[in-house]
Design a protein around this ligand. Sequence first.
Ligand SMILES: C[S@@+](CC[C@H](N)C(=O)[O-])C[C@H]1O[C@@H](n2cnc3c(N)ncnc32)[C@H](O)[C@@H]1O
Length: 409
Amino acid sequence: MAKRSFRQPAPVPFPRSDEKGRPGPLGARAGLIFSVYDWGMPQSSPQSLPNSLFPSRDAAAATPAPAVRGAFLLVTCQGGAEASLCGRQEAVLPAVSKAAWRRGMVTFRLGDFDPPDDFFPDLIYARAVVRSLGQVSGASDHERVAAVRTLVTHTAWDTIHVWHRDRRLESQTDSPVDPLAVRALLLESYGKPASLPQAARPGDLVLNCLIDAADRWWVGWHRAHTPTSCQPGGMHQTELPGDKVSRAWLKLDEAIATFGVDLRPGQRAVELGASPGGACQRLLEAGLTVVGIDPALVDDRVAAQPGFEQWRMRARDVKVKNFRSFDWIVADMNIDPRSTLESIGRIVTAAGVKPAGIIATLKLPDWSRAKELPGWLDQFRAWGFSPRARQVSTGGREICVVAIKSRRK
Ligand SMILES: C[S@@+](CC[C@H](N)C(=O)[O-])C[C@H]1O[C@@H](n2cnc3c(N)ncnc32)[C@H](O)[C@@H]1O
């Protein structure tokens, strides 16, 4: 089994305070007008996330940002997704211009644009979005750490993120560099405890060190805020826990965290393309009852769970009336995105089928197909859903779409 023109939301006006007057998430800088978050939903939307979900620390107590802020944004993505990332940047962030790129990384010249400290535009293909301060090189890790200290005069960091440009390239780099060892040296150099957790807290000021090649690191900073920007390199946990039956568990786990998907115990979900069952496992863990549809068998450990049932057939062979009781339609079939959309469309446009949301993986045979994403998202809208898309870090060459039923006006 194989495992495995854009109607763009305008920059989202983000309130400087929430409904109770608590400070908004923009950090300590005054006068910031907007921030575009990775869920990319207008605040008035029923799907927008309350500030309280990702609370910022008290803005007044926040560690001040560097005085030298940097003239470039450094954005990382999955290797191969650079052109898709730039296409998206042109649509949502035309104020910046592409500068340098390497596999898994693009830099953008900011010009007059000075984004907020916790800037995280809805670039779909972006993992980390960092204010670049430049590159360092040297003959050893110790020399490069010294070069970081020379390049970056700011010294007050809440934490430090160190990661490889693209995890899939790690084994191909000319000499292996251990990000944890580099992080330990940097933490020591800045007088931080070696035990400092890898994940930042919302509001933390983060020094970033992107290992480009053994002897070349990019250095930058950002203020953490969203689940993605709290993780080193914007990457979700990589290790699949031993009791999970497939990496789809991780993908769904990341999608739930990234989009704040509100799964509620007692809800019912159906997954099209369920075998071997990692995503169903994640849904069961959230307290849902789950039907998995797939001609291939679901792993016994999932099949044996109370609350799980498999319909062993192709999605198109299930009568549409059988989808009436589901709150969530999940799709993860290894077929062309158009066929996935056809399957979902047949279900969600049928009489009596009223899911609260759709979580779909659109698998791209090649990156050029990403150009079709705007049209695919329009289909979700035409069905009455508000879609958000993300190339999740635990996924392959695919895009995760979470689409929530739109509220009637
Ligand atoms: C990437 S795997 C799914 C992984 C799964 N979501 C998990 O959590 O482990 C893709 C699956 O889609 C199934 N599939 C492909 N076409 C399908 C169809 N028309 N109807 C149902 N399942 C389909 C395949 O049999 C395969 O098991």
